[in-house]
Write a protein that binds this ligand. Structure first.
Ligand SMILES: Cc1cc2nc3c(=O)[nH]c(=O)nc-3n(C[C@H](O)[C@H](O)[C@H](O)COP(=O)(O)O)c2cc1C
Length: 198
């Protein structure tokens, strides 16, 4: 069965919280993109033009390495990718991640947190790093993490995956044989009717 992966990088926890909500609503697996060298608060100081993050973001070809085992993407047809906005873009480690895999036939949905900026050119830049099908993108200001905002994100994820979530939920109430049959019929219908979501 095709599955969803929620992959994220978070330097100070905001994006991680959002990633957990998205994984919970979508029923996806979660994977943290962990830098080999963790970012310290000095590294993250955007007032310092010599800080590690400032230097990396000034260099478009900078590719910080990832320490943890990269997930096997074979079983996933859709991947949510989350990050904090740095200098109006995705941190370079997201390009390291994207360039580590073959993406043809897979969907990517971008989500981000920021101090108030929108996604800027982030998605356009990331598209150059892989041949995935970019489906949608959304950004959250980290100062507005209220319950109603959380519900807004839940609604967004549900809207993106609704056919998948509804068919999977109904199948839980079916016997094993009819469950497989039902999922196949639903998947064919959704694909044929052009309704395929994530
Ligand atoms: C190096 C650096 C650059 C940043 N650049 C921006 C920016 O261009 N626009 C913005 O709105 N916020 C910017 N921020 C704020 C982060 O996007 C925001 O705090 C985010 O929610 C942090 O997510 P995290 O806790 O998952 O790391 C920047 C933060 C850092 C550390």
């Amino acid at each position: 069965m095709n599955k969803i992966l929620v992959a994220y990088f978070s330097a100070s926890g905001q994006t991680m919280r959002l990633a957990k909500t998205i994984a919970e609503v979508s029923g996806g697996d979660i994977y943290e993109i962990t830098p080999t060298q963790k970012y310290t608060s000095l590294d993250l100081d955007w007032h310092d033009s010599n800080s590690r993050s400032s230097v990396e973001m000034r260099k478009p070809d900078s590719r910080p390495s990832i320490s943890n085992l990269k997930p096997n993407l074979d079983g996933y047809d859709s991947v949510f990718i989350g990050f904090p906005i740095w200098w109006y873009e995705a941190p370079r480690i997201i390009q390291t991640f994207l360039e580590s895999f073959e993406w043809s036939g897979k969907n990517i949905v971008v989500f981000a947190t920021s101090g108030g900026s929108d996604l800027g050119q982030s998605v356009e830049i990331l598209k150059k790093s892989c041949n995935a099908n970019f489906k949608d993108a959304k950004v959250l200001s980290s100062s507005t993490n209220s319950a109603s905002i959380k519900n807004g994100w839940r609604a967004w994820v549900f809207e993106l995956c609704k056919f998948r979530l509804i068919t999977r939920a109904i199948s839980l109430y079916s016997a094993k044989f009819s469950r497989i049959f039902f999922l196949n019929v639903c998947d064919s219908f959704v694909n044929t009717a052009g309704l395929a979501d994530l």
